[in-house]
Design a binder for this molecule. Structure first.
Ligand code: HEM
Length: 539
């Protein structure tokens, strides 16, 4: 009898194992072959075609070898015609297959959409819940930003977005201008010291990175400069390691393979989370002692902590029924901190760096912007009342974001079948599971939208504002899922550039090598060395 029971148990276990194995095979087959094939057929029926994919790797190798070839050397001249260099695959395939085409990132089909009408519609609130970030993207960003706002989808995204958006409203931003001026003042001081000690050739990118890091750490997280610096270093390192370890995400099950990168990522991530926990605890202690203006400290961290506290109280009131799936717990706050440190730092630093490169190479616009700052601010640091009056500076910033948008691509995944209508009433049905890639850089340089001088620095094209460029000017994306920090980034850029323009005259160094590269964001490969001439006024 015992033997029979043992035999039956073994049989049941074997059947279970077989069932699990069959399920794994089915999921893998469906993920890596059946679903992509269904999407491919659906797109092909509508005339959306593209380069033939290889099994599993898709067109990954084509993209990497094309980009490796186009970025192997610096650009010969200071041309802003950078699309063929940074998106050579886009140029090749849009010429071969038309403006709408599909290529394959491993087994993920990526439909490239550029028509303004379709882009606007895709990003509109109509599809806010039917689109979001794909598994591949979320997996790729998991370790350095976790599940924060940038990578959240559906109800979780909507809840977090409503929670953090008020922190970036115009009235709240006014209170940050003073802190931003203080951070910019320190940057100007550091630049002057460098000129005094080491001569007037200064690499501006490093100063702008420090400035943007200092602004976000101090205004949003009450964090000291040194802690902020360590946090940024860790995020940068995690970003680099994650990019390496994600190279094989297209291999089925690769997310479970152990690797030296993953071990290092784990170590750095726990150091990062420990630092963030300490910052959070300090912020709470300061609030408990009544030393901060808001109940939980100022800035974004204060708001997040206040929300967590509110939910805790509510749960206590409900005797902890714990039904809130989008609740704020410590890990959510840590993920949100990582997200904002990441999203609000590098992008802003790059905007400032490219703006200074462009002003250094266009002295007439530099003079014009400086004259405006002098007339509006009268030799004092900018205030929140001055900022809307800096219209030349606003045009310079917009034109910088057009030519060198820090985020060159906007990714979205269709979670259901979506019908998009283009400008001339044309429609496209995006099948569920297709990823859409909006090549922002190519749209910003499109001669049909911007004219024959699309690759030239001409800030006056924004004289009537940026609002009428809907669908063709997307540095901060658009629609409900646009950049939540857009107004913040604009205030920061105006404050920093106004302070720098009134402290220095600058020209591009003979050592500058024009070599934009796209490593998650669009950056100058060798930095931007400029020649600084300190001016008398010191705002
Ligand atoms: C020049 C500076 C900046 C640029 C060009 C920029 C660009 C963008 C873009 C293109 C997106 C959409 C990304 C996507 O959906 O895939 C985005 C989202 C986001 N940005 Fe920015 N950003 C900048 C500054 C900032 C700052 C200063 C902050 C925070 C203080 C910030 C926080 C965020 C967050 C949290 C999201 C996710 C929003 C959501 O999904 O609801 N960004 N940004």
């Amino acid at each position: 009898m015992a033997i029979l029971l043992l035999f039956l148990a073994i049989l049941a276990a074997a059947a279970l194992l077989l069932l699990l194995l069959a399920k794994a095979v089915w999921v893998t087959l469906s993920c890596y072959y059946l679903t992509p094939a269904r999407i491919r057929r659906a797109l092909k029926r509508q005339g959306v075609d593209g380069p033939p994919p290889r099994l599993l790797v898709g067109n990954l190798r084509d993209v990497s070898s094309l980009v490796a070839a186009s970025t192997a050397t610096d650009m010969g001249s200071l041309s802003h015609d950078i699309v063929p260099r940074l998106l050579p695959h886009y140029v090749l395939w849009s010429n071969a297959y038309g403006r709408r085409f599909v290529y394959w990132y491993g087994s993920e089909p990526r439909v490239c959409v550029t028509e303004a009408g379709m882009v606007r519609e895709l990003l509109s609130s109509r599809h806010a819940h039917a689109t979001g970030k794909s598994w591949m993207q979320r997996q790729g960003a998991k370790h350095f930003i976790g599940g924060g706002l940038l990578m959240a989808n559906g109800a979780v995204w909507s809840h977090h977005r409503h929670l953090v958006a008020p922190a970036f409203m115009a009235d709240k931003l006014k209170g940050r201008v003073g802190h931003m001026v203080e951070c910019a003042r320190q940057t100007v001081r550091a630049m002057r010291e460098e000129v005094e000690k080491e001569g007037n050739e200064v690499e501006i990118g490093a100063h702008m990175a420090r400035l943007a890091a200092d602004v976000i750490a101090r205004t949003e997280f009450d964090t000291s400069y040194d802690t902020g610096k360590r946090i940024f270093r860790l995020i940068e390192e995690l970003q680099r390691l994650t990019a390496r370890s994600s190279r094989y995400l297209w291999v089925p099950g690769s997310q479970y393979f152990p690797s030296k990168y993953k071990r290092e990522i784990k170590r750095l991530n726990s150091e990062l989370e420990q630092l963030l926990k300490e910052s959070i605890n300090r912020s709470r202690e300061i609030a408990d002692e009544g030393r901060s203006p808001s109940p939980c400290g100022r800035g974004l961290l204060g708001m997040l902590l206040a929300e967590m506290e509110k939910q805790r109280q509510q749960q206590k009131g409900n005797s902890g029924d714990g039904g809130d799936v989008v609740g704020y717990d410590a890990q959510t706050i840590i993920d949100e901190c990582k997200t904002f440190f990441f999203a609000g730092h590098e992008t802003s630093a790059l905007l400032l760096t490219w703006a200074i490169m462009l002003l250094a190479t266009h002295p007439q616009w530099q003079d014009k912007a400086r004259a405006e700052v002098a007339s509006v601010c009268g030799g004092s640091p900018p205030t929140s009342d001055h900022l809307p009056k800096l219209t030349v500076l606003q045009m310079v910033i917009n034109e910088t974001l057009r030519l060198y948008p820090p985020a060159t691509l906007l990714p979205r995944m269709a979670f259901e079948d979506i019908e998009l209508t283009g400008g001339e009433g044309e429609t496209m049905r995006l099948p569920k599971g297709a990823s859409v890639w909006i090549p922002v850089l190519a749209i910003h340089h499109d001669e049909a939208a911007w004219g024959r001088d699309a690759h030239e620095f001409r800030p006056d094209r924004f004289a009537a504002g940026a609002a009428r460029r809907r669908g063709t000017f997307l540095p901060f994306a658009a629609g409900p899922r646009n950049c939540v920090g857009q107004a913040y980034a604009m205030v920061e850029a105006k404050v920093a550039l106004a302070m720098i323009l009134s402290s220095f005259r600058f020209g591009i160094s003979d050592d500058y090598r024009h070599a934009p590269v796209n490593v998650l964001t669009l950056r100058p490969r060798h930095g931007v060395p400029v020649r600084l001439l300190p001016l008398q006024q010191r705002p």
